[in-house]
Design a protein around this ligand. Sequence first.
Ligand code: EPS
Length: 386
Amino acid sequence: MLKNITFLTAGESHGRGLLGILDGLPAGLEISENYIGSHLARRQMGHGRGGRMKIEKDFGEIWCGVRHGKTLGAPVGILVKNKDWENWTKKMSVSPVNTEIRTVTLPRPGHADLAGIQKYGFDDIRNVLERSSARETTMRVALGSVCRKLLEDVGIEVGSHVVQIHDAKDETLAPEDLTPNQLSKIADSSPVRCLNNNAEQAMIKTIDDAKNSGDSVGGIFEVIATGLPYGLGSYTQWNQKLHARISALMMSVNAFKGIEIGGGFGGAEKFGSEVHDEIGHDGEKFIRYSNNAGGIEGGMSNAQPIVLRMAMKPIPTLIKPLRSVDIHTKEEKDAHKERTDSCAVPAASIIAESMLCFVLADALLEKFGGDSMEQLKAHISATAKY
Ligand code: EPS
């Protein structure tokens, strides 16, 4: 569903590292490893993460496509090394090894394990779980932060905050006078990325309770983008519609099970007169008296903030495992246990921000184009309507 930008990630959770390529960006975009690193660090945070995040200090090394701090218009290549690789050199060796390696044979319900070995004909679930691990999202955040930088340079910000973990909810509305970056800064200072102190305490407790009973919890977060002009995406064809393009990328993230755009599911029980955002004019530009559409009408941005809510299921690797069956002996046993997170909702909100950055940068380049940032900015200032 991306039209101008292409990206690919490669890498196993305990392999040497993660590789990423991002193609289709204009030349002249200022980008640094430190900027990418600051967003990678945000993905590593959050109450409820397991031991792996103590081992890793994710850092994206730019290998190509950037010279003297600016993109060349060529593919950007990024490498993130896995520190944990040192502990897995035999188990994850590229070449065959002489020592016997213990195989994983008990598929975890809810993970890619069982369908993965059936599909590829593997006799070791590790061949599936290494790539299906959420570790891969590190590279999405690394590459997505390059798109974020492009958006920021033309006044578009993307931020997020957590509104629910398990049954602990933050029912207060996000303050409208804050930009997404300001909102994210406050969220980043909370161990659960929640803006409300009382809800934060309840969320921490629900994570601790789940952890203590060997369980995991999911949740919901809100993602907001501002500074968008009219007309990203189009109503003219199904695969041009901006909300379809956003949904496709969002739903490609492990554990994301639902997306709401603007009022979302809540609109189903309301009248049309309560849902649709009335139009006004302030003498200079069109205004809206509400934003239940979440910034998208007819598959196009309508210059209002884009507001999304994503639901994440609880992580399927459980310390107190569910029932499963050994893939070789067919004996009923407890599912495989691996080091895990009891909650990764705060980290997931950063991944969702990155997925939105890919789509918005892509749609922006589609509409305004340009081989260089200078051209892109000139096209925007000449024709964009807000
Ligand atoms: C993750 C790395 C993984 C897990 C987690 C996310 O590392 P490890 O398997 O070494 O602990 O912590 O992934 C899962 C829980 C999963 O089921 O895939 C990361 O970098 O975000």
